[in-house]
Design a protein around this ligand. Structure first.
Ligand code: GLN
Length: 279
């Protein structure tokens, strides 16, 4: 038996990250709570718990190797829900919540059930959140079968009705029609790669971060061209974007028939979403 307060202190002491004390403590609280069900009250009241020390050490080792805490815990928060994650999917980002929020707002103003396609679904966080918030029929595709397994598990756990399919958008044409298409494709350029933090670069799937080849806008070109054919009249296309390419993405939208696309800023004031509708 271990005193949970001592366990907490020991975990805090052993976490050797360059973060502030408050952040390290919050990682320790999260770890104890999620892995051994030890909450803050248990720690305060010094509840006695039975834990397996080698297991504790193994988690601390992963944290100290800069593995993102979401992978260590196996879950991440997104739009008010918990999603399972592992290194075959990108960890859902708060910026992507903006994309979801804006789509929900827009779609609620259309007074009928809509059909949606999510391209490059990853953990499924966008598709599942939309399925649970809107009256819609939603499909989601990804090139990675490992990612789709995570997405399917999330949909089942969260009771969301999404149909998943393995497909590479660069090499397959869309055959169905939709009212709305959304994508958060890989958009980190080769130049930016050098500035990415090791916890992202060493752990998150490169397939989801970096477009193939030199063109950081490759997915935007392909998806916008496909969307022009695969959307119903008045259908809309929604992208999460690299903050440096707002104008370029709008230009790609224009070339493909989305005349009045709009750039939306995230909570850090950075260009983060581009959307437009077919006329
Ligand atoms: N926003 C992610 C990051 O900064 C990148 C997501 C993406 O490439 N689609 O790590």
């Amino acid at each position: 038996m271990t005193n949970s307060k001592e366990l907490f202190r020991e975990v805090v002491r052993q976490i050797a990250l360059p973060e502030s004390k408050a952040e390290i403590e919050s990682i320790a609280y999260l770890l104890l709570e999620k892995k051994w069900n030890i909450n803050r009250t248990d720690i305060l009241t010094q509840k006695h718990v039975t834990i397996n020390q080698p297991e504790v050490d193994a988690y601390i080792e992963r944290i100290n190797a800069h593995e993102p805490i979401q992978y260590v815990l196996g879950e991440a928060d997104f739009y008010g829900r918990l999603f399972r994650v592992n290194p075959s999917v990108l960890i859902p980002r708060p910026e992507t919540e903006l994309l979801v929020q804006q789509i929900i707002q827009y779609s609620k103003s259309i007074d009928k059930p809509i059909t949606i396609l999510d391209i490059g679904t990853g953990s499924g966080c966008i598709a599942i959140s939309l399925a649970l918030e809107l009256r819609c029929t939603i499909k989601a595709i990804d090139i990675s079968s490992a990612a789709l397994a995570v997405a399917q598990e999330n949909a089942t756990r969260l009771k969301a009705n999404v149909s998943f399919m393995e497909s590479d958008i660069l090499n397959n044409s869309l055959t169905e029609k939709f009212d709305l298409i959304v994508s958060n494709p890989p958009y980190i350029s080769q130049l930016e790669k050098q500035n990415i933090k090791p916890n992202v670069l060493n752990y998150e799937p490169h397939l989801a971060l970096f477009p193939i080849g030199e063109d950081p806008l490759l997915f935007y070109r392909v998806i916008a061209a496909q969307a022009q054919r695969a959307l119903h009249p008045n259908g809309s296309l929604w992208f999460e974007i690299n903050e440096h390419y707002g104008k370029e993405v709008c230009e790609i939208m224009k070339v493909n028939g989305f005349d009045n696309s709009e750039i939306l800023k995230d909570w850090n004031g950075k260009d983060r979403v581009v959307w437009g509708a077919l006329s």
